[in-house]
Design a protein around this ligand. Sequence first.
Ligand SMILES: O=C(CO)[C@@H](O)[C@@H](O)COP(=O)(O)O
Length: 251
Amino acid sequence: MTRTLADYSAAVQEAVARTREVVATLHAELPRWELIVWTAGNVSQRVVVSPDGVPSADDLLVIKPSGVTYDELTPESMVVCDLDGTLVDGTRSPSSDTAAHAYVYTHLPHVGGVVHTHSTYATAWAARAEPVPCVLTMMADEFGGDIPIGPFALIGDDSIGRGIVETLRDSRSPAVLMRNHGPFTIGKDAKAAVKAAVMVEEVARTVHISRQLGEPHRIPQADVDSLYARYQNVYGQGTAAPATTPKEQDA
Ligand SMILES: O=C(CO)[C@@H](O)[C@@H](O)COP(=O)(O)O
């Protein structure tokens, strides 16, 4: 039975409205960071339906409409689908990657956001089906190792999603380079997945340039693990008490 947004609770409808705003705003980051051209790429975020906040196959996703240019994307133009890819709310056809995003949300409950781009350097690595080797501390921080290659898969059914899940399920990487296609990234939410999309292009470019000058040196695995643990758990404005200023120390 096809459900409409009216069939969901007021709380879910409010969450969908908030998610439309988030996903519309984050789409603007793809051209901003030069990760796509024209209408390529897409961003989605999961909407958890259960009142207990536990992700499930009953959840919804919010994604862009297919083939619409980024300057036309608004919260109202975003499309809402269930995880079968069935339209729940929206006036336009959902992204052609909806099945892939939905498959990821169904099989990786910890994932709250998915992004797909065709960013130049990451896609060039995908065309050669070669994993990006972990030769930068930034890679250890964000990806916890090499950036893996996923299988070639045709567009339109869950083949791409299946390839993303098979590749990332047991990987620390939030990015996979789908062979001959381009990067797909995941995160706890859409913002985290967009960050991974920005970072995968940055490191793909740097490693490519480095290899023009010689063979980059791999970081030893123990150091990769240490860097990853620090970045994922300590970096930034973690939970530690703010450092006192000299004035406070004198007080
Ligand atoms: O690569 C693909 C499909 O996988 C592109 O068509 C995709 O980047 C953009 O498609 P949509 O406009 O989201 O339907």
